[in-house]
Design a protein around this ligand. Structure first.
Ligand code: PSU
Ligand code: MN
Length: 319
């Protein structure tokens, strides 16, 4: 497999880059002569998790938040068979120009490279590419997991096994609420993945702060968490899940959410496997009148802030 390399296309469409050809010196970040610590981001969230017209704006906002905290955003995806860790705005625009960019997980990553295809990397493939490029922290919205009513809609995300395989700290609001969060939590336990609560004692369920499951440990101090992550990633060469609840003012009431979910599931009777997550997300955004989308954007931004702080704290430790 070609080693993923940072890539910058000339004439980038990323508004951040256009406005700041040489990024301003962040306060409290790494000095200009030292590379800024990188924080991985995934392309599936942008291409399949939010409406297409939101993707460029969301990426620009994520990149701005990460840069402001002294880290460097490293968007991960596959363009014409090339795995990229650090996609430019131009690369993202090139992906978005295609109608059907498949979700790529650890099972299909190599096939996409071999066939020179485009790919939106999920948590699993992003973690693989990030780890290979030496990026130790990755932020997203929510990981995949064990689906509800598994026998009718069989789907267990490759994200769970990937967490056990690649040495990356994945910062996320637990798993998506339309999954089975307690079953997902249990499978993470079976796989031996440490599940950390960042300023929470509960395993969040994406839009909802409590997924009715606990965490292995709670950390409140980012420097202490970075200290633990540094040791754990190096010691095990496996991943860690860092759970951040959705911001209090955007969390959705669970009863309200279940009502929307019933409607969303009714509207997607034929979706299964890889198509299930994007189909349900879209239906939820629709039936909630955009409420789930707003929460999704808010929590992704919040997780990127936490991820950036952790990347900076890890770099301070000389990691
Ligand atoms: N988080 C979001 N929106 C998403 C996803 C995560 O806020 O669309 C994506 C991630 O890429 C995750 C994937 O890895 O959904 C899980 O898909 P599946 O269940 O097919 O593994
Ligand atoms: Mn699946």
């Amino acid at each position: 497999m070609p080693t993923p390399t940072p890539h910058r296309a000339p004439g980038s469409l990323d508004p951040q880059e256009d406005e700041h050809p040489s990024p301003p010196q962040p306060t409290g970040g790494a000095p200009a002569d030292r590379p800024r610590p990188r924080l991985a981001l995934e392309t599936t969230l942008l291409l399949h998790g939010v409406p297409r017209h939101e993707a460029l704006a969301l990426h620009a906002r994520l990149a701005a938040e990460i840069s402001a905290r002294g880290a460097e955003p490293a968007l991960v995806g596959v363009l014409a068979g090339r795995p990229i860790v650090g996609m430019s705005g131009g690369d993202l625009a090139a992906l978005l120009a295609h109608d059907h960019v498949p979700k790529v997980n650890t099972a299909t990553l190599g096939l996409t490279l071999h066939r020179r295809g485009h790919g939106a990397t999920t948590v699993s493939a992003t973690a693989e590419l990030a780890a290979r490029a030496g990026v130790r922290v990755f932020a997203t919205g929510g990981i995949g997991g064990v689906h509800r009513e598994l026998s009718q809609r069989p789907d267990i995300s490759a994200d769970l096994a990937a967490l056990a395989r690649f040495p990356v700290a994945v910062v996320a609001s637990g798993c998506k609420s339309f999954l089975d969060p307690p079953a997902t939590r249990e499978l993470l336990e079976s796989l031996g993945v440490p599940v950390i609560g960042y300023r929470t004692d509960r395993f969040p369920a994406f839009y909802c702060a409590d997924g009715h499951a606990g965490v292995d440990a709670r950390f409140d101090d980012p420097a202490d968490l970075a200290h633990y992550l540094d040791a754990e990633l190096s010691r095990t060469r496996r991943g860690v899940l860092v759970c951040v609840p959705p911001p209090a003012d955007s969390a959705i009431d669970p009863a309200r959410f279940e009502g929307w979910l019933t409607q969303a599931r009714d509207q997607t009777p034929h979706a299964s496997g890889r198509d299930l997550t994007p189909a349900i997300l879209q239906a939820l955004h629709r039936v909630s009148g955009g409420a789930t989308l707003r929460t999704n954007l808010d929590l992704a931004l919040n997780n990127a802030r936490v991820g950036a702080d952790l990347a900076v704290a890890l770099a301070r430790r000389g990691a």
